[in-house]
Design a protein. Structure first.
Ligand SMILES: Cc1c2[nH]c(c1CCC(=O)O)Cc1[nH]c(c(CCC(=O)O)c1C)Cc1[nH]c(c(CCC(=O)O)c1C)Cc1[nH]c(c(C)c1CCC(=O)O)C2
Length: 342
């Protein structure tokens, strides 16, 4: 029997939506913290295929989610292109910046990325052997714009200011970065697919800060190119696009990007999404992740609200963004019970 997530992605309306959560393998789980300590640090965990597979499996064992997402990070790709990457505890990622034509030219050729990323493909192979038969394996990459915002600033920024500045002052170099990331992402995702990923998701966490034509050119168009290349090499292969913060621009995105599913953040209501986005195909989302911290009746009510609002079309239940380290694991169970038992 076809796995539930693949059925939803193919456009089927299911009586109970399949469930997974962004960042489901993460610091809110004691077993994750233990394995991360064993690995030493976050990046060592990403490149240790056995341990990365182990943390991917932990939330599947604990909760029986319908899908698991490969444990890795969107910033491994720029690292594979030759950028220095490290994580500062309590602050987040840091990397050497790429802001000039010569720095762009000094990056490694796309063919070389697999030397660094091979352990990620090995994680995928291990997972396909070890996941329960009914669990779908999702691979992923960052969208070019979101990855570029980190490469240009050298860190996370509240408003992606440095990337917007480069876009406006040296458009040629900026476009060169986007084009390189687009092509590299295609190769990266295709290797994940060949290793056994059954769906891929493109994370564009900062899509919402692109305005007007920039949104079309640097959020929609790269996602469209990546999706088209994947589907030309692997006909019918399902793709989820997550242009976070798209707001009203979520309308029509299935068609524009060619994706099978559009993932929704919590900036739109599920009722609005049912009327305006789900009409184009499967949607994923969009419970506020703060309910995993606060729990209680609000969690139950809002979970039911998302399920009910999106029940008339293809829907994969998820949060609007990743679960946070302060979430209570019991609230995750309450959410799942609410979805599965009404
Ligand atoms: C912007 C971004 C990154 N990484 C990612 C994004 C896009 C999605 C989003 O907006 O959340 C995506 C990502 N990061 C991670 C995954 C694995 C799959 C999953 O569990 O969803 C995925 C899909 C693991 C991770 N990536 C990171 C962690 C926490 C690592 C740890 O300290 O153990 C995990 C589980 C670290 C990370 N990685 C990144 C940041 C900014 C941080 C630090 C912030 C934080 O600490 O939460 C870059």
């Amino acid at each position: 029997m076809t796995k539930t997530i693949l059925r939803a992605l193919a456009g089927e309306t299911l009586p109970t939506p399949p469930i997974w959560m962004m960042r489901q393998a993460g610091r809110y789980l004691p077993e994750y913290r233990a394995t991360r300590a064993e690995a030493g640090d976050f990046l060592s965990l990403c490149y240790n295929s056995e341990l990365a597979a182990e943390v991917t499996l932990q939330p599947i064992r604990r909760y029986g989610f319908d899908a698991s997402i490969l444990f890795a990070d969107i910033l491994l790709l720029p690292q594979a292109l030759g950028v220095d990457l490290w994580f500062v505890t309590g602050e987040g990622p840091r990397m050497t910046t790429t802001t000039t034509a010569s720095e762009l030219a000094a990056l490694k050729p796309i063919d070389a990325i697999h030397d660094t990323l091979n352990p990620v493909y090995e994680t995928v192979r291990i997972l396909r052997r070890e996941l329960p038969q009914e669990t779908t394996l999702i691979g992923f990459a960052g969208a070019p714009w979101t990855v570029a915002t980190y490469m240009i600033a050298g860190q996370g920024t509240p408003d992606q200011g440095p990337a917007h500045a480069l876009k406006n002052t040296d458009r040629e170099t900026f476009k060169g970065i986007i084009d390189l990331l687009t092509d590299a992402t295609i190769e990266y995702l295709c290797q994940q697919i060949e290793a056994g990923a059954e769906v891929v998701k493109i994370f564009d966490s900062w899509a919402g800060s692109l305005q007007g034509q920039d949104f079309e050119e640097f959020a929609v168009e790269p996602a469209r190119k990546i999706t088209a290349a994947i589907k030309s090499r692997h006909p019918g292969f399902p793709v989820i696009a997550f242009p976070r913060g798209a707001g009203e621009r979520y309308v029509g995105l299935h068609e524009k990007i060619g994706a099978d599913c559009i993932a929704l953040d919590d900036g739109v209501t599920p009722e609005w999404a049912a009327a305006n986005v789900q009409t184009g195909g499967c949607v994923q989302g969009n419970l506020k992740s703060s309910h995993m911290v606060t729990g209680g009746e609000d969690l139950v009510r809002e979970t039911r609200r998302v399920v009910d609002a999106l029940s008339k079309g293809p829907h994969i239940f998820n949060l609007g963004h990743g679960i946070t380290p302060d979430a209570d694991p019991e609230n995750v169970q309450l959410m799942i019970d609410t979805i599965r038992n009404g």
